[in-house]
Design a protein around this ligand. Sequence first.
Ligand code: NAD
Length: 376
Amino acid sequence: MSIDFAAVVGGFVHESAPMRVVFGAGSLDTVPAEVDRLGASRVLLVAGGPEAAYADLLADALGARLAGRFSDVVMHVPVEVARSAADAAATAGADLVVCLGGGSSTGAAKAIALASGLPILAVPTTYAGSEMTTIWGLTENGVKTTGRDPRVQPRVVVYDPELTLSLPVDLSAASGMNAMAHLVEGLYAPGASPITTLVAEEGVRALAAALPEVVANPTDIEARSKALYGAWLAGWTLGVAGMGIHHKICHVVGGNYDLPHAGVHSVVLPYAMAYNSAHASDALSRVQRALAAAGINAPDAATGIWQLEQAIGAPTSLSAVGLAEADIHEAADAVFATPMVNPRPADRGAIEVLLRDAWAGVAPREISLEPSEPTR
Ligand code: NAD
């Protein structure tokens, strides 16, 4: 493979904050030492859902360092949850927040950091990738607001693939495709640089190879390690490179109609890629090449991602994840009204076609409508 110097010759800006990552089966055991290394002595442990069983083990290992626990984690962090999480940190006199779980636990920890400036040590148990970003999200009256703040980016992330062995197969597949979406959009996002491009392509290779193995044998620690490695690369890519129309659609449609986060990402990705296909050909040819390296040979990248989703049983239609057909028109209006930076300008008519295709789960196709409705 020859080096592609186009981005180098064209110039770029690359900015990423330093973070410490500890990766490997059994690395949950390192958390107490990592807490000490940060100079912390009063930990608020944030964990809910079935993964809180791992947090019980961690609580024992933390011993006298454990100052309190918060378990009321809710997806998309309603402001009431953010407030009670911040209260729990204040009551405990915490000097560090340790979150263990998926993006919902990390989101609660980020809400605390946003309110108090407390540092975070994250122990992820899904492939969502929030632990690698400065992005926070809060929901009030059904409307989700996101922003970036360096204080919410964890100082240390401990990736222990053993903690993902219990992630159910359907959630593993959907969450894995959520990570895949970070990688794909990172290849054409505004903050892409030669480094993020290398990382994203490696991430696509890792996830495309790992996810079918995870689905075939969810307790295979090697497959789980490869998948979590891909998820790490994906979260980092999202944090550094940014995103495009895919993430905007998922944010708006998922948020407005209260659809499952990872499942919506899985469904929308091939259609967003098809929407962008003529405008991001270099990025998408990298995806196609990475998929081929993992044994997925398809005529185009969007089809390859769609085939992977079918092979692993990830969600492939918005109807199956709970969107009513009657809501598509309004959803297209909402997506079009959302500011975005994307290789292809927002095209109201094409966005509605994209959503209709995604709702029905038909094969992704290039949507080359002559813009007849507004574009931005
Ligand atoms: P989640 O954290 O809600 O987890 C999904 C489900 O899986 C939950 O029921 C959870 O209890 C369960 N679970 C998690 N780990 C498990 C395990 N190891 N074993 C068994 N069950 C387990 O969902 P998610 O998809 O991880 O995260 C979604 C949230 O993260 C959304 O709110 C999304 O907006 C946010 N997010 C934020 C960013 C960011 O950069 N800020 C990035 C990605 C996602």
